[in-house]
Write a protein that binds this ligand. Structure first.
Ligand code: ADP
Ligand code: MG
Length: 303
């Protein structure tokens, strides 16, 4: 596993910013943490990047514990913080050389910095001060900075916020390109971003995970907002289930476990129940993961 989070909780005073968050991310995945402002995204990312202590739970990166093996974690993680704080008076190349020094790249620094400047398309700006760059180019500097020590895991906190549409497209395609070689976790409150860049989405609200699904389901989640998790003792007859009124779509989560997307505000669990019983199937689980998800999408589309 590239990144493992197990029941992470973080309190700020009495407020719970994270409340029992668990997920595991495999090597090569590009995952979005999607949620409205205040959901707990930045808090979660800071904990993985070793920039903030959790209150309880366990987290590891490439098998290294974020509390006990901080140095090992930091070597494997590249982190682009929210709002990308940069030294505006420094020249682009000078700044990247400085970061290379922090990571102890020594004699390799020049080569590595030039490589990063190439990858992030900063060639023409390398002799400018960071303060004179557009926001899009500053994000490139932020990405170059995060990548300089060739980390296995890249953590990007709202990497496209505040960019104009052109810059947005450029940074997204850059992230996609980088994502071919690395594990990437990015946070966003923009649904379209998930479809454009990621292959999995973890929806978070008020410090809790509301859904964890492959990217192709996001549109369904968004449209249906009501998802029912059905677990049976055997394979379901999907065609039959799809005929139930209010069922928009069904995906298979694992053998005998299904995610049923409903497009009606009515609770269709009784219909599913009767259908299963009429077919002689035994229901091992039937849960609705809905209200809160609806709330998340409402919050996000309001902005
Ligand atoms: P997001 O990045 O999803 O917008 P954050 O992780 O920044 O969410 O914040 C989650 C919650 O924790 C919010 O309610 C926020 O107000 C609170 N919070 C974040 N940082 C602090 C802090 N340093 N002190 C107190 N509360 C904080
Ligand atoms: Mg944030």
């Amino acid at each position: 596993m590239s990144v493992e989070a197990e029941k992470i909780t973080r309190l700020y005073g009495r407020q719970k910013a994270l409340d029992g968050v668990s997920f595991s991310i495999s090597e090569g995945e590009v995952v979005a943490l999607l949620g409205p402002n205040g959901a707990g995204k930045s808090t979660m990312l800071k904990i993985i990047a070793c920039f903030l202590q959790k209150t309880s739970g366990r987290a590891s990166v490439c098998g290294y514990d974020v509390d006990e093996q901080q140095m090992a974690v930091k070597r494997r993680v590249g982190y682009l913080p929210e709002n990308n704080p940069l030294y505006t008076d420094m020249y682009v190349r000078e700044y990247l050389m400085f970061v290379a020094g922090v990571y102890g790249l020594g004699r390799n620094s020049h080569k590595r910095v030039d490589e990063m400047i190439g990858i992030t398309g900063l060639g023409d700006e390398r002799k400018k001060t960071i303060g004179t760059l557009s926001r899009g180019y500053r994000q490139r500097v932020g990405l170059a900075q995060a990548l300089i020590h060739d980390p296995e895991v890249l953590i990007l906190d709202e990497p496209t916020s505040g960019l104009d549409p052109n810059q947005l497209a450029e940074i997204r395609s850059l992230i996609k390109e980088i994502g071919r070689q690395k594990t990437v976790i990015l946070s966003t409150h923009i649904m379209q971003e998930v479809e454009a860049v990621c292959n999995r989405v973890i929806i978070i609200n008020k410090g809790r995970i509301m859904a964890d699904a492959p990217n192709r389901e996001v549109r369904l989640l968004n449209r249906a907002a009501r998802v029912i998790r059905l677990e049976l003792d055997r394979e379901a007859d999907l065609e039959g289930l799809k005929k139930i009124e209010g069922v928009a779509d069904i995906t298979v989560e694992e053998p005998f476990v299904y995610r049923i997307f409903s497009n009606t505000p009515r609770d269709i669990r009784p219909d599913i129940f009767y259908y299963a019983v009429s077919k002689g199937m035994i229901i091992l689980g039937l849960e609705q993961q809905s209200e809160s998800l609806e709330e998340v999408f409402r919050e996000m589309t309001r902005q």
